[in-house]
Design a protein around this ligand. Structure first.
Ligand code: RIB
Length: 295
């Protein structure tokens, strides 16, 4: 049985409810502040685990990260490769406005201490056919991609947040891209979803592209000509944080189960729609039972 490794960030999210996103030069009082466990990496491991996948999470926590281990255990996320290092862990300040939209300020902390030695130590235990999920919130990303590819691992990249560190990564080694239309626009130089997909498939013909489109749902495409669109399930959103992470985790779970792509998209869209109705990043991610019951 092929294994699933998610090498990614773990952040403590300080989440502030605000009237509007704080403007340049403005001081705004928040209505409330709550602390949640998050990080794109951690949220995606939670989504995978809640979808029923046996997932190994690899990453680095700092002095303030002890809370992650019991929660991983509770969800069934394997913690063998979560290492504690000295110093501050990753954290964010998240503003949630009255429309449930967010704005995230990220401090990398221990996530940026992932070095080649740790990568080699983790990847030593994985091999051909194992799945590797990555986002762009940890250091040594290009090294991880190169080593994993040499080993024959199947690489899934969520290139988020999109920044210049991705320039060093050899994207031709990626099998699945799961990205939103902004990231897709930055990668392809195009704006329209169809154009983004065409450019990406031209550049990376072996890849499968999953493009999330906010209110317009999500699309899947690959070079075989397969293209599927999934609309959103409309809900009253409370907090949109981790909607994309939920989609990613559920999408991968469907791939592992060899489900037909339209069914995977539908399940992933439903899971995300439930996530946005709850507060916080990882706590709002629904279980597989909840998703299936709601479909
Ligand atoms: O995708 C949501 C996540 O992005 C938050 O949990 C925050 O930690 C940032 O990494």
């Amino acid at each position: 049985m092929n294994r699933v490794l998610n090498f990614g960030s773990l952040n403590v999210d300080y989440t502030y409810k605000v009237d509007h996103m704080t403007r340049e030069g403005e001081t705004q009082s928040s209505e409330s502040m709550e602390i949640f466990l998050g990080g794109k990496g951690f949220n995606q491991s939670v989504a995978l685990a809640k979808a029923g996948v046996d997932v190994y999470h690899a990453g680095m926590i700092g002095d303030d990260g002890d809370g992650f281990l019991p929660v991983c255990k509770e969800y069934g996320i394997r913690t063998d490769y979560i290492k504690k290092v000295e110093g501050k862990g990753g954290h964010t300040m998240i503003q949630i406005d009255k429309n449930a939209q967010n704005s995230i300020l990220l401090f990398g902390g221990s996530n940026q201490k992932v070095d080649k030695e740790f990568v080699d130590e983790v990847l030593n235990s994985f091999g051909k056919g194992d799945y590797l999920l990555l986002q762009n919130e940890i250091s040594s990303l290009s090294y991880i991609i190169d080593r994993a590819y040499e080993k024959g691992m199947i690489i899934i990249l969520n290139p988020s947040p999109f920044d210049c560190r991705l320039d060093n990564c050899d994207m031709s080694k990626v099998t699945y891209f799961i990205l939103n239309e902004i990231e897709g626009g930055q990668l392809s130089g195009k704006k329209e979803p169809e154009e983004i997909i065409n450019i990406m498939l031209g550049k990376y013909p072996k890849a499968k592209i999953v493009l999330t489109l906010g209110w317009d749902g999500a699309m899947y495409a690959d070079v075989s000509g397969a293209r599927f669109h999934q609309p959103i399930f409309p809900v009253k959103a409370v907090d949109t944080t981790a909607a994309g992470d939920t989609f990613t985790g559920y999408f991968i779970s469907g791939i592992l189960e060899n489900m037909p792509i339209p069914d995977i998209l539908r399940m992933s869209a439903k899971a995300s729609s439930i996530t946005v109705t709850g507060k916080g990043a990882s706590p709002s991610i629904p279980s597989r039972e909840e998703v299936m019951a709601s479909l």
